[in-house]
Ligand binder design. Structure first.
Ligand SMILES: Cc1cc2nc3c(=O)[nH]c(=O)nc-3n(C[C@H](O)[C@H](O)[C@H](O)COP(=O)(O)O)c2cc1C
Length: 340
């Protein structure tokens, strides 16, 4: 089928649709990202989910086999400190050695790593939760920017501006290609994001029910049953705001935060990432903090990502036809009559 849209992001990645499968801790592995790429998207596998640089290398090679050589990217969390710098440097070593051409960064500024990435011909998409960080990222030379709104699963930042407002503010202020994320769950969202000035959307939550996501079937069934009210914002006391599934663990963390404030020692046993991986494995979805955005409202069926993407595409076409149908018709009564 002919491509629906041509944007700076479809050109940058050589993809059919202006949609990015963004990094998902524990979940964005070769199976998921490979399937997303084969469905016509750009996808970023999460380096932090791999226990070692060699494990990342294996995952990259597996993904390349799945995509038959089509490009994909790696998601890197940027943190501060000497140990983190060594970890990130080793990840970049693997990415460069394996010939990966695209990287998605998030967290702190990727400035220190940009020269090495660019020297290796790697394009950097940096993800931020606020336009003020986007401006900073633009000034240090990233190739494209994702701006995430308050609806998003994961870390929507501390300003919590909704995607509808933030997208337009970002489009007005940035000149690099712009990806918007947070609450994107239908094809109509894609059309509206492009209308607001974006070059693409990034999706996390809507794809969690893809068959290629390895999380337990029980959790995916719970997501299908959930609606837009089933998320909670936690960890605002630590200024590490997270939007997560509104389960028993999120309720407990919120109670601990209001009783103790942002006491990391009290909170850490409940928010440790390893709990999340265990919950995805066992399907016991009440016992961990599991990132989830409001667009879970649109996760209505467990199916291959290609089927989700096909539906997004059909919805985007339907949204465009709806807009066309809303064009005012010429007023026939006001036209001069051709009858003699
Ligand atoms: C389960 C889950 C895990 C996530 N893990 C990461 C991650 O490891 N790295 C990252 O950059 N973003 C992560 N995010 C954020 C997503 O990449 C993306 O920015 C966000 O999901 C977009 O908003 P949406 O959830 O409304 O689609 C995660 C989101 C979810 C839902």
């Amino acid at each position: 089928m002919a491509a629906l849209f041509n944007t700076r992001i479809t050109d940058l990645y050589g993809i059919r649709l202006p949609v990015i499968a963004s990094g998902l801790m524990w979940l964005a592995n070769a199976d998921y990202i490979g399937a997303a790429v084969n469905a016509g998207l750009m996808g970023f596998m999460t380096a932090a989910s791999c226990p070692s640089p060699d494990a990342l290398r294996d995952e990259i090679r597996r993904c390349r086999q799945i995509t038959g050589g089509k490009p994909f990217g790696v998601n890197i969390g940027i943190r501060k400190g000497e140990k983190e710098d060594q970890r990130i440097t080793r990840i970049i070593d693997v990415i460069v050695e394996e010939g990966v051409r695209f990287v998605e960064t998030y967290g702190y500024s990727p400035e220190a790593y940009i020269p090495r990435l660019h020297d290796a011909g790697i394009k950097v998409l940096h993800k931020v939760p606020s336009v003020r960080f986007a401006l900073k990222a633009q000034s240090i030379g990233v190739d494209a920017i994702t701006v995430v709104g308050a609806e998003a699963g994961g870390h929507p930042g501390t300003d919590l501006v909704g995607t509808f407002v933030q997208s337009v503010v970002a489009a007005r202020k940035l000149h690099v290609p712009l990806v918007v994320a947070g609450g994107v769950g239908t094809g109509a969202h894609i059309v509206s994001a492009l209308a607001l000035g974006a070059d693409a959307v990034a999706i996390g939550t809507r794809f969690l029910v893809a068959e290629e996501i390895w999380a337990h079937h029980k959790y995916k069934e719970r997501l299908v049953a959930a609606d837009e009210t089933h998320t909670a914002l936690i960890l605002q006391t630590l200024r590490k705001t997270q939007r997560a599934f509104a389960n028993e663990k999120a309720k407990l963390v919120a109670e601990l935060e209001s009783a103790n404030g942002g006491d990391i020692d009290v909170l850490l046993p409940h928010i440790a990432g390893a709990l999340g991986r265990k919950a995805y494995q066992s399907g016991d979805y009440e016992q961990a903090i599991l990132s989830l955005g409001q667009s879970v409202a649109f996760a209505d069926r467990i199916e291959p990502i290609a089927a989700i993407v096909a539906r997004l595409e059909a919805e985007a076409r339907a949204a465009l036809s709806r807009l066309e149908g809303l064009q005012p018709r010429p007023d026939i009564s006001a036209m001069p009559t051709m009858l003699a």
